[in-house]
Ligand binder design. Structure first.
Ligand SMILES: NC(=O)c1ccc[n+]([C@@H]2O[C@H](COP(=O)([O-])OP(=O)(O)OC[C@H]3O[C@@H](n4cnc5c(N)ncnc54)[C@H](O)[C@@H]3O)[C@@H](O)[C@H]2O)c1
Length: 309
């Protein structure tokens, strides 16, 4: 039996591939390299890994790749909020139509188990309960949040009508090696890259906005646990710890032993003031807890960034 990882050439997906390779699975990676890179994958590609350059939206229901597949990790997405605002139809098409195409091929081939990465930062929208748990109302405030939430709903529809087992993972702000510093998210990667080049760090607003930063290996660890024990549930995946951007800069200075030059820019419209997830459900039901503390995780990212040319 094989596994499929969509978005396996991306930041999170490539770490998922690493775990599954370690565990000895046969893997098909579906990725069109929209934002992913082949360099993110193990070099050379192990014999049990097949890279398939394909757009999710081009998946045929009867695609033979899905035959004898045990589970799918659906990680591919258009993952940028600002792109979703600029290119609203493209976001809809990748995240919703692409997901539906995948789910249709999965149920057509009786794939039993699907793990879908949603977004804990984007689907709840403006909330007033912190930390936010899975029972909070979902009122996304960006096209990206809407498309990720819609993906969840379609997955639940396919599970209901075709008996597909599933898990929805709703991560907070993920960070780690291989995260691109080019997007608007990934502030840790952005700041560390700026420091490496002796550039100033730009903070939008007063730096008191908070986020819940979760290390990428903890996320793929949870996906693996969910694969082993599907529960047809949605789980928040963060640390439950709020860190402000100003605090983040202090930790980064400690880790890198470099003094950051900070520039405060006007706040970005739509940026939430606070974001932190209550993840006790994943702890209780899947026996999962994040293992990597922020300072330690930043250290790993810094080591990785220093090695990049
Ligand atoms: N990075 C975060 O902080 C974060 C937080 C919450 C949720 N997520 C979710 O995690 C997942 C991975 O995000 P990431 O940060 O690794 O982003 P990423 O851009 O590095 O990875 C996304 C991958 O999907 C691929 N892809 C995009 N469109 C595709 C298409 N039409 N067909 C096939 N492949 C396609 C890209 O090429 C890329 O390899 C996404 O589903 C995202 O919504 C990310």
């Amino acid at each position: 039996m094989a596994l499929i990882v969509t978005g396996g050439a991306g930041f999170v997906g490539s770490h998922m591939v690493d775990i599954l390779v370690q565990e000895g699975y046969e893997i098909y990676i579906i990725d069109n390299l929209f934002s992913g890179k082949l360099e993110n994958l193990p070099q050379p590609l192990p014999n049990n890994v097949t890279f398939v350059k394909k757009d999710l939206r081009k998946i045929e229901q009867n695609d033979p790749m899905f035959k004898d597949v045990e589970a799918i990790f659906h990680i591919a997405a258009q993952a940028s909020v600002s792109f979703s605002v600029r290119e609203i139809y493209e976001d809809l098409s990748i995240n919703v139509t692409g997901s539906i195409k995948l789910f249709q091929a999965a149920v057509h081939h009786d794939v039993e188990n699907l793990i879908y990465i949603s977004s804990g930062g984007a689907i709840y929208g403006d909330v007033d309960t912190f930390p936010t748990n899975e029972e909070a109302p979902t009122n996304p405030v960006s096209p990206y949040g809407i498309s990720k939430l819609t993906g969840e709903k379609y997955l639940q529809y396919f599970a209901h009508d075709y008996g597909l087992k599933y898990t929805i993972i709703r991560p907070s702000n993920i960070y780690g090696p291989r995260q691109s510093p080019d997007g608007e998210a990934g502030v840790i990667s952005i700041f560390l890259n700026q420091l490496k080049k002796s550039e100033p760090l730009h903070i939008f607003g007063d730096g008191n906005n908070t986020r819940d930063y979760i290390y990428v290996k903890d996320i793929v660890d949870l996906c693996y646990k969910a694969f082993q024990r599907p529960t047809n549930e949605a789980y928040n995946a963060g640390t439950g710890i709020e860190t402000s951007v100003n605090q983040l800069v202090k930790i980064i200075e400690k880790v890198t032993r470099l003094k950051a030059q900070v520039v405060y820019d006007p706040p970005r419209p739509g940026d939430a003031r606070r974001s932190v997830l209550d993840c006790s459900k994943a702890k209780k039901r899947l026996n999962w807890e994040p293992k990597v503390q922020l300072k330690e995780g930043i250290q790993y990212v810094w080591e990785w960034i220093k090695q990049q040319s």
